[in-house]
Design a binder for this molecule. Structure first.
Ligand SMILES: Cc1cc2nc3c(=O)[nH]c(=O)nc-3n(C[C@H](O)[C@H](O)[C@H](O)COP(=O)(O)OP(=O)(O)OC[C@H]3O[C@@H](n4cnc5c(N)ncnc54)[C@H](O)[C@@H]3O)c2cc1C
Length: 340
């Protein structure tokens, strides 16, 4: 199609993987580089709870055989963190200071866990759950039948809660405004869903705001609330929704809000930069707002669509899709955020 163009895709999750395979199918002559700061090639983050069910070898979590990138002549750069983008010069700088040029850039860097300001200073006393390494660390810290305190909840935390209960652990959920994020629900629905979580074996704490975490002897952590009351557990995990990973984009000259702002064709305000997946907010003509569309299926489709548009198409992403949430016959919370 366009011999010699260099496409760089930052992020080797669902969005980035969908993008590079589409780019190669549409532009056999191009140079394509896929960059990830992870040590591992593409694995699905939603598979991480499987670690607690015994899948502790990372090779069994890979979503595709890594040889696929060799076969498609795609350069995969692992362990490579991008620190800076120069949107005018069309270069990116790695944390090891190497500078690489691109013709067209797609940003698929996903999101990291958001933490309320009051809890930031206690970060080292909590366990995140965004990477394979995180899953390894939390599994090591959690004794058999141990108690996990989930702060917030969100769909990822609730997904993990189901696994932890199935695997014989105890779960306390400190519920708050983020418990069913990214769903938008009213108070009645919220009460119904919290009751379903209790029936499913989760100890639900409501109406108390956590303000501090303390290290203790046994169990290892205490969560302190605004009213000075406290609860104890082996591990504390914050789940307050995701915050796009965009720090490295500050010099790129693209419009950003919480994420990278893109039009329905997933193009940013810079002519040579597109974004897809959890990192972007897409303009909706209908809603008159930029919105996130999380979830595995959505982000893969976004990556593929962005790649088609980078190679000449002019397709628009359907921004109207919404996630449904409900309760199944056995009393478990069901969300189509979890659809695969
Ligand atoms: C535990 C868990 C369970 C989930 N369950 C489900 C589910 O059941 N169903 C569902 O639909 N969705 C689920 N999700 C959400 C879904 O996984 C996300 O929407 C999806 O992974 C986002 O894909 P992405 O490609 O945008 O980003 P990610 O998958 O987050 O990938 C981001 C990539 O960017 C790289 N990166 C980030 N910053 C840099 C940088 N500066 N330099 C280089 N590389 C960088 C990372 O290393 C990574 O390769 C779950 C998520 C989690 C964490």
């Amino acid at each position: 199609m366009s011999a010699g163009l260099h496409y760089v895709v930052i992020g080797a999750g669902s969005a980035g993987h969908g993008a590079v395979t589409t780019l190669r199918a549409r532009d056999p002559a191009a140079r394509i580089t896929l960059v990830t700061m992870s040590r591992l090639p593409f694995y699905n983050r939603f598979d991480l709870p499987r670690y607690f069910r015994g899948t502790t070898d990372w090779r069994n979590l890979l979503a595709v055989a890594p040889q696929i990138y060799d076969e498609l002549a795609i350069t995969l750069r692992r362990n490579s963190r991008v620190d800076e983008i120069d949107g005018r010069a069309r270069t990116l700088t790695f944390s090891h200071k190497e500078v690489v040029g691109y013709d067209k850039l797609l940003v698929c860097t996903g999101g990291g866990g958001h933490l309320p300001e009051v809890l930031v200073e206690y970060k080292s006393l909590m366990h995140g759950f965004a990477t394979f390494e995180d899953a390894t660390r939390v599994a090591r810290a959690l004794p058999a039948k141990g108690r996990v305190i989930l702060l917030g909840g969100d769909m990822i935390g609730l997904d993990l809660a189901r696994t932890l209960i199935d695997t014989g652990h105890r779960v306390t959920l400190v519920a708050g405004e983020f418990t069913f994020w990214p769903h938008r629900i009213d108070a009645a629905k919220r009460a119904e869903l919290l009751a379903a979580l209790s029936r499913a074996g989760v100890d639900v704490v409501t109406g108390r705001t956590p303000v501090a975490i303390e290290a203790a002897a046994k169990p290892a952590r205490r969560v302190i609330f605004e009213d000075d009351s406290a609860i104890a557990g082996d591990v504390v995990m914050p789940f307050f929704g995701s915050m796009p990973l965009v720090d490295f984009m500050l010099g790129a000259g693209v419009d950003m809000e919480r994420g990278i702002l893109v039009d329905p064709r997933l193009k940013s305000s810079n002519e040579s930069i597109w974004a897809a997946g959890d990192v972007c907010q897409i303009w909706s003509d209908e809603l008159k707002e930029y919105r996130f569309l999380h979830g595995w299926k959505n982000v893969r489709l976004m990556g593929e669509l962005a790649a088609r548009n980078m190679t000449g198409a002019a397709e628009e992403f359907d921004v109207t899709a919404d996630f449904a949430i409900g309760i199944d016959a056995s009393g478990h919370v069901q969300s189509d955020f979890w659809e695969q």
